[in-house]
Design a protein around this ligand. Sequence first.
Ligand code: NAD
Length: 410
Amino acid sequence: MDNPFKNALNQLTRANNVQIFDTQFLSQLYAPNREIRISIPITMDNGSLALFEGYRVQYNNARGPYKGGLRFHQDTDIDEVRALAFWMTLKCAVVNIPMGGGKGGVTVDPKKLSKVELEKLSRGWIKLMYPVIGPHTDVPAPDVNTTPEIMQWMVDEYEKITGDTTRAVITGKPIAFGGSEGRTRATGLGGFYVFDHLRKKLQLPDSCTVVIQGFGNVGGNTAEIFSNHGDKVIAISDSKGAIYKQTGINITSLNTHKEQHGTILGFEGSQTITNAELLELPCDVLVPSALENQITIDNAKKIQAKVILELANGPTTPDADDVLFAKGISVIPDILANAGGVTVSTFEWEQNLKNEHWTESVVNAKLKEIMETQSDIVLEKSLTLKTDLRRAAFIVALERIEKAMRKKLY
Ligand code: NAD
C-alpha cells in the first residue's frame, strides 16, 4: 500500500519542479509543527477496559488556526493523519481561507462500538486533547465515520472542561448546537461548483454521465447534487460493493433502499459490480469520494473517465497522475475540489465567534463565489505554467503560505 505521507511530499516536490520555491521555506513544510498521540481508556459495555490510539497532527498554522477533520477508522494511523494534515494546510491556502492545516483521528472501527461506547470515545479524545485545541488554536471537524452528533459530544465536553461557550472549537456540529446551515452538503456542493464552473473549459456537456465511489456524507450528497442538476449518475459504490445502471440511478430511491436494506446492493434495475470495475467504467466524470490510494499505477491505464473530480483526500497516487495526464484525463485535485467542506466549516467558526446565524442561501452564495474564483486562479496558473491542475493548485497554495511564513520566522 502506498504511504500517503510519502505521496503527499512527492506531490510537493513535483510542484516545486515546475516553479522553484525557496529551499528554507520548503524545508519547513516537510514535517509538521507538532504531533500528539494519545491512548484513550474506555470502559466498554461489558465492563472491560479498552484502550484506543488517537492522534492530532498540527501541521502548519502560518495562515491561521490549525483546521481539519477527525477520522475514526480501523486503518487510520499517524502516517495517514500526517498526510491529511499536510493536505489541509495546502487546501485552506488554495481557497484562501484564514486557516492552517491539521488533522486527527482514532484507530477504531466505529461499527463495532455501541452508541454509549462511541460517545465515551469521542468525549475521551477531548479530555486528552483539550489543552492543545481551541477556537484560536486548532479547530477539528468531521471526516470519515465522524458525524454532527459526535461533534456535538465533543464540543459539549470541551465546554464542560474549559467553560468556553462560543462552540467555535469544533465545526460540523448539528444546526441546533451551533452548526452552520449548508455544512453537511458543503463538500459535495463545493465540488460541484468547481466542476460546473470548469465544465465548458474541460469540454464537457451540460449533462454528463457520473460515476461516484463512496456513498457517505460526501458521495451521497454529491450524487444528489449532480442528479438534481440534470447529470446522470450511472454507478455508485460503498464499502460493500458497487452498483451500475446505465439508464441512471434515482438517488432518492437509492437512499430509501439503503435505509431499508443497510446497503446499496440489490437496488432495483441495477447490476452489482466490484469497486475496481466501477473505477474503470467509461463516463464523463469519475468522483472518488471514499478513501486514499484508489487510482494507482495498477489501474490508471484502465481509467476511461474524461475528468476526475477528487472529493476524497489523496485518491490518486503521483505515478498514477502521470499516466492520467498522458492519457489526457484532467484531474481536478482534492485540495481544490473538496475544499467546500473546510470553507463552510470556517463560516461556521466565524458565525460562532460573532454569535450570528447565516441562512443557507447566504452560505451557499459565499461558498460558490470562493470556489469559482479560486478555480479560475488555479486554471490560469496551470495554463501559464503549462502544468496540470494539481501542480498548479499546489503552487497557488505554496505562494500564499510562503507569504504568511515570511512574517513568522523565529
Ligand atoms: P463517510 O464516512 O461519510 O463515507 C465514506 C464512504 O466511503 C462510505 O460510503 C463507505 O462505505 C465508503 N467506502 C469506504 N471504503 C470504501 C471502499 N474501499 N470502496 C468504496 N467505498 C468505500 O466519509 P466522508 O465524510 O463522506 O468522507 C469521504 C472522503 O471525503 C474522505 O476521503 C474524506 O477525507 C473526504 N472529505 C470529507 C469531507 C467532509 O466534509 N466530510 C471534506 C473533505 C474531504
